[in-house]
Design a protein around this ligand. Sequence first.
Ligand code: ADP
Ligand code: MG
Length: 155
Amino acid sequence: MSKKLLWRTTSSGPEQTERLGEALGPRLRGGECLELISDLGGGKTTFVRGLARGVGSPDTVSSPSFTLSNEYRGGSVLLYHFDFYRLNEPGIMRQELKELVTDTEAVTVVEWADIVEDVLPPDTVTITMSATGETSREIACAYPETRAYLFEGLA
Ligand code: ADP
Ligand code: MG
């Protein structure tokens, strides 16, 4: 397990959480895995909406409820959005995720990853969102040195 660095910020509304995703999008090079942690309604999917815009994908971001995963194409990198909410048996999706995280062209973003934690790579960036009020969130990004380019100089 590599040592993780920490970058923190706050959000005062959904637009701001989206803007964080939008700011990170152009920094993605492909091959990154982002794990999103929060309670229900914390802003994970909202963040992914900004991320998709940030990589330049015109695709619509929604919760991958039935299919467990969405793809957002047409941007600088291919964005894969997984959501394992309340899933007891990830089945084939575990394997799919395991293969995708080694794809250097793709970026994988995972909500509720607990059940597939074992297939997330050691250089996974963990983004934790904590509600501190109705619309306020504390956002903490834990990342290894190899992913420092994502946060360096980020306002
Ligand atoms: P999750 O995917 O974590 O369950 P969503 O992004 O689907 O969360 O929903 C977040 C909800 O919380 C939205 O209804 C959004 O408008 C609201 N919200 C309020 N404040 C914020 C904030 N600062 N950041 C993100 N979402 C917020
Ligand atoms: Mg969600």
